[in-house]
Design a protein around this ligand. Structure first.
Ligand code: ZN
Length: 244
């Protein structure tokens, strides 16, 4: 099986289209949440993702707040402004679809699990080794894919925990039949925060036991212009350009 792994699209249609085109076809697609928030195309992104074949989709914190199933209290000023705008433009069918997305974690097969934030809490962040230790203790599969931080990262746990870094263009070999466990964030499609403005995604091959971390440029000026034209804070357009 090959899986396309995408997360944190954040209403960035240009980044999503570039990712889907660059990635080509795979047996299945895993969407790790945050389809909306920050960007200017929430309806178009929802409709594009909804029409993809063979997908497993879980919700992110922005999806919950945008759909009105969670309060905005945990959001900072910028996120709050953007999600208020998002909620105001979502069509009723898209809001209902978003509200019905399942929470993670979800087990994909005997080897792979997906979550938005962490396997013990969909809203928790995995930013460091302490976060990773808590996540490993809750993970139910050899490989747990996560998102939420918008920063690519690989943690490996066998006899000890190792941070294998924010990889650039790398391919991880996953020991599905070994004793090791992995936590991997393939990065954000629509709002990268690792200083690289390109869209990020992953391709998992469970037969070859490889996970490739991929970056692809997209029509950034178009996405930025839409944010400004929508009346969203201009800093949201700026941050896309610097990948922060
Ligand atoms: Zn996000």
């Amino acid at each position: 099986m090959t899986y396309l792994v995408i997360s944190d699209i954040h209403a960035n249609l240009e980044a999503l289209e570039a990712t889907l085109q660059h990635a080509g076809s795979h047996d299945a697609i895993l969407v790790l949440g945050d389809l909306v928030g920050y960007g200017a195309d929430p309806n178009a992104v929802i409709e594009r993702v909804r029409d993809l074949q063979a997908t497993t989709i879980i919700r992110g914190n922005h999806d919950k707040v945008g759909a009105g199933v969670d309060s905005v209290d945990a959001f900072n000023h910028l996120a709050r402004h953007a999600i208020g705008w998002t909620a105001s433009v979502l069509t009723a069918p898209n809001r209902e679809w978003l509200a019905a997305l399942p929470a993670g974690p979800v087990n994909i097969d005997s080897q792979v699990q997906i979550c938005h934030g962490s396997p013990f809490d969909e809203d928790a962040y995995i930013f460091d080794e302490l976060d990773a230790r808590r996540a490993f203790s809750a993970a139910e599969r050899t490989l747990c894919l996560f998102g939420h931080t918008h920063v690519p990262a690989i943690y490996k746990f066998d006899s000890d925990l190792r941070f294998l870094g924010p990889p650039r263009g790398s391919q991880l070999r996953v020991e599905f039949d070994g004793n090791a466990q992995y936590l991997v964030n393939c990065g954000a499609v629509g709002q990268p925060r690792d200083g690289d403005a390109r869209a990020a995604y992953g391709v998992l091959d469970t037969d070859a036991r490889t996970l490739a971390m991929v970056r692809v440029p997209y029509d950034l000026p178009a996405a930025q212009a839409k944010i400004v034209a929508a009346g969203l804070p201009e800093v949201l357009a700026h941050r896309l350009g610097v990948g922060r």
